[in-house]
Design a protein around this ligand. Structure first.
Ligand code: ATP
Ligand code: MG
Ligand code: MG
Ligand code: MG
Length: 484
């Protein structure tokens, strides 16, 4: 089954269950001050769950373009190092707004995965919320009772609040989830260790594919829960992971969602992708195949790279891709721009907005690349020198002023400097950087207030609030993958 067929089957399946198929909302969240990017299928329906506005139908399904690089969901540092977290991905989803509930959601999910997609039943596991007495939330007996005759008790895993309870915020709609995981390991490994033990353990071949959220409570300000008068279903399935499972691949990047792009990267660089988990040209190719998609669709959805807010997130993603290409694939000229036509063609049916603006998107990317390539080499030289000095002196941390200079003079976003530092075995002085930044901010403010011209431009430092993980968090995550 091709990825297009897989997507189509999902939509057809829920259409046959009387769902209205709607369009993906743009990547950039509109009218939501709490969210910069759409990071889940439900984001565009949030108001309906809060009781504001009326949904277009009681049953809805779609594929939503999602971006998880900021805020609550930030998967940026995992991308390329693992094989199943992307910056941008498609989330397939079906919703019930006060209509059907757990029974239908569970039965249909199973029917779709095993009857339509023919995933082997003995490779699927489901999780059910175990309850949390401290937090007043009960065990999800209803989901357990529904799953038990379908999968059998030994395929049900009890999940904790972190993985299996969804809340919109400190107050408001919330409820338990049931996740579906797939074990894609070779039989010989399965014989040695049950997949059940590896669920939610960051094993690249035992991954979560679908999350079924059952909104049934309303959390009040005093922390207590009331049953919701209208109960809702919100599901999200990772399209790329589903393709990996159906196409029996080892990695999302081996599915036809990514192979077209990787092939072009191979042709342009003359380097062959081997699919290895840890080796560098492979990591770089995965990152680039991922990042170009995120950047292209973000631009097609109206965002341009800039120094502020969402625009800076896009710039940061793009610069990371440029540097991976430069350092590991030998690209000294713009190359990302050349990947746009392949992507535009591949997604023309489902997301025509990219094809419609193909030339504009390619131009914006080419100019961004060219601009960064002008300073990249010198920035890398500076970093080499600093790390060389540190090696001699036995230091481990790149000082804040250098990080600031790399940012200010060479256009290195802080997360990029931290990433390169990590590769070389160093970390950065984050708070020293913040101090230098603050000093510069004060200087520019003074300059601005004394300037008389109309065109004094304040140095925009907004972007720095969108750093990825902090240093130790990111290092811990990467160390974890290196072990797998
Ligand atoms: P994970 O635990 O793997 O990080 P999640 O629990 O954060 O996933 P959900 O918020 O439940 O993910 O989103 C629903 C589905 O979207 C997941 O079951 C997964 O298949 C998919 N998904 C989530 N994050 C990503 C990502 N960064 N890239 C690709 N698919 C993703
Ligand atoms: Mg996650
Ligand atoms: Mg999860
Ligand atoms: Mg989940």
């Amino acid at each position: 089954m091709t990825s297009s067929e897989i997507r189509q089957h999902f939509l057809d399946f829920f259409r046959s269950k009387n769902h209205l198929i709607v369009q993906s909302a743009p990547l950039v969240a509109k009218n939501d001050p709490t969210l910069m990017f759409n990071n889940s299928g439900m984001a565009q329906f949030k108001d309906f769950f809060l009781g504001n506005g009326t949904p277009p139908a009681k049953r809805v399904a779609d594929t939503q373009k999602c971006l998880r690089v900021s805020g609550k969901h930030n998967d940026l540092e995992d991308v390329g190092f693992d094989t199943y977290h992307h910056t941008m991905f498609e989330m397939l989803g079906n919703w019930s707004f006060g209509d059907y509930f757990k029974k239908e959601a569970i039965t249909w999910a199973w029917e779709l995965l095993t009857d339509v997609y023919k995933l082997p039943k003995d490779r699927l596991y489901v999780s059910v919320f175990e309850g949390d007495t401290k937090d007043n939330v009960p065990f999800d007996q209803e989901a357990w009772d529904l799953w038990k005759p379908i999968v059998g008790e030994d395929r049900i895993i009890l999940g904790n609040k972190k993985d299996n309870f969804w809340e919109m915020g400190d107050t408001g709609p919330c409820g338990p989830c049931s996740e579906i995981h797939v074990d894609l390991r070779p039989q010989s490994e399965v014989d040695l260790k049950s997949g059940k033990e590896l669920v939610n353990a960051d094993h690249p071949q035992v991954v979560e594919i679908w999350n079924l959220v059952f909104m049934q409570f309303n959390r009040k300000a005093d922390g207590s829960l009331d049953p919701l008068p209208a109960r809702h279903v919100d599901t999200g399935m990772g399209f790329e992971r589903l393709c990996m499972a159906i196409q029996s691949k080892m990695s999302n990047y081996d599915t036809d969602v990514f192979t077209h792009t990787i092939k072009v990267i191979e042709e342009l660089s003359g380097i062959t992708y081997t699919g290895s988990q840890r080796e560098y040209p492979d990591v770089a190719m995965r990152v680039i195949a991922d990042h170009i998609r995120a950047v292209s669709f973000a631009i097609a959805d109206g965002l341009v790279p800039s120094n502020a807010r969402a625009g800076y997130v896009i710039r940061r993603i793009l610069r990371r891709a440029v540097r991976y290409g430069y350092s590991y694939l030998g690209f000294t000229e713009p190359f990302l721009t050349k990947l746009v036509p392949t992507l535009a063609m591949q997604f023309a049916d489902v997301f025509p907005e990219l094809n419609a603006q193909r030339d504009f998107v390619a131009t914006v990317i080419r100019e961004e690349e060219a601009a960064f390539l002008r300073t990249l080499e010198n920035g890398l030289k500076l970093l080499d020198k600093i790390t060389g000095d540190l090696e001699k002196s036995g230091g481990k941390v790149i000082d804040g002023e250098t990080v600031f200079e790399l940012n200010d003079t060479f256009g290195f976003p802080v997360d990029l400097t931290a990433l390169i530092a990590r590769e070389k075995g160093f970390s950065i002085d984050e708070s020293g950087f913040q101090k230098s930044l603050q000093l510069q901010k004060e200087r520019s403010r003074k300059d601005a207030s004394s300037a008389t011209g109309d065109w004094t431009e304040l140095h925009d430092i907004d972007g720095v609030e969108f750093l990825g993980y902090d240093q130790t968090e990111a290092e811990a995550r990467i160390a974890k993958y290196r072990k797998v």
